[in-house]
Ligand binder design. Structure first.
Ligand code: SF4
Ligand code: SF4
Ligand code: FES
Length: 363
């Protein structure tokens, strides 16, 4: 098949930047990475890009196609070429470009390192011939986060990071959740405390571009939601973002509406509210602020309260209450290898927080 590519070339030493067009003949099964290889081998040996595994495992080949991050080795060119499209290929966003399609990953690794991405186990050693068993239900909470290959596609598209380069970002936070949710880790509260500080969990704007672009289904935004829920479960709710979320719940439970006039004092405090009084009065004059008293109670408020009670009853606090991940997980089959079949022992007999031991070899 005939493939056309436009590639942004860049040399950080000279600052030279140019959009070059290439045409090539490629096999029908070719991926974007295969096409770049053909360009490099047959047309222009100076083209720079990263690759290693060619099978969506190493995370090296992240780049942008028509402005959206992709893994080059996962992107088939057949439909694109057949449609006569000539996609524009460029380096990932939010990371400094070194040359052509190669970005400097140092800031990425620094943020990942800041998450302390290793287990800090706090359990006692089991008796000889016994081993710890972690329930499948508890591992499901971090199943998706464990799939991350550190490609940077999510970081490339993160809106928050674009406005605040110090924001920890979707990949680092997803990595953080991978350890916060691991029942073997003993540093959960310290982690949540650190991740909840400035440039952390609550600075995400919930644009969901990271979920959309992640090539491995990690859904980093869901991981951030889990971190927020876990932090609040542990009483770490001093950040304005956490207070904001808390007020949403109280407001919906009591009136069935969002009580916006009380949102600022409840989130930012009284002093900040007084400072914003002039702005609020301006809104009131234009009829944009509903009177706070008496509170406007929705007709169907009982439904809202019933929903709140149901969630309480099910005890779905923290990460266990983030539903979207569960839907994805329901499509996955797990073989536990434990007698009794698929998750039977795990889900029925294990109390969250208690990790059972069993004899080695599944005795
Ligand atoms: S949802 Fe949050 S972390 Fe994900 S891309 Fe948007 S701002 Fe970044
Ligand atoms: S979360 Fe997804 S997009 Fe982000 S680094 Fe990991 S695999 Fe890549
Ligand atoms: S080359 Fe390894 S993920 Fe693409």
């Amino acid at each position: 098949m005939q493939v056309g590519l436009k590639i942004w070339r860049y040399d950080s030493t000279t600052g030279e930047r140019a959009l070059r067009e290439y045409e090539l003949d490629a096999p029908e099964e070719a991926t974007l990475l295969d096409c770049l290889d053909i360009v490099k081998d047959r047309q222009d040996g100076t083209l720079a890009y990263r690759k290693s595994c060619r099978m969506m495992i190493c995370g090296s080949c992240g780049m942008r196609m028509d402005g959206a991050a992709v893994l080059a080795c996962k992107t088939r060119m057949y439909d694109i070429a057949n449609a006569g499209r000539v996609p524009v290929i460029s380096a990932m966003g939010n990371l400094p470009i070194v040359r052509d399609l190669v970005v400097d990953m140092d800031p990425f690794w620094a943020k990942m390192k800041a998450m302390k991405p290793w287990l800090q186990p706090g359990y006692d050693q089991p008796d000889e011939n016994e081993e710890h068993v972690i329930s499948q239900e508890r591992m499901n909470v971090i199943h998706k986060e464990s799939l991350c290959i550190n490609c940077g596609c999510c970081v490339s598209e993160c809106n928050s990071m674009e406005s605040d380069p110090e924001f920890l970002g979707p990949q680092a936070l997803a990595k953080g959740m991978r350890f916060v949710g691991d029942p073997r880790d003993a540093a959960k509260v310290e982690r949540l405390d650190a991740y909840s500080s400035e440039h952390g969990i609550w600075d995400c704007t919930r644009c969901y571009f990271c979920n959309e672009r992640c090539p491995k289904g990690v859904d980093p935004r869901d991981a951030i939601a889990k971190l927020g829920a876990e932090a609040m479960k542990e009483g770490i709710d001093e950040d304005m973002g956490a207070k904001h979320a808390n007020w949403f719940v109280t407001s919906a439970k009591t009136t069935g509406w969002l009580r916006e006039t009380e949102l600022v004092p409840k989130t930012q405090g009284v002093v900040s509210s007084i400072k914003q009084m002039k702005f609020a009065m301006g809104l009131a004059v234009k009829g944009k602020v509903p009177p706070p008293f008496p509170p406007h109670v929705a007709e169907g408020v009982k439904e809202s309260r019933a929903l709140f009670d149901l969630v309480k009853e099910q005890n779905r606090q923290g990460a266990m209450g983030i539903v979207q991940g569960e839907r994805a997980l329901s499509r996955l089959e797990h073989e536990t290898g434990i007698e009794g079949g698929h998750g039977s022992r795990d889900q029925a007999d294990v109390t969250p927080g208690e990790e059972p031991t069993r004899k080695r070899g599944g005795e």
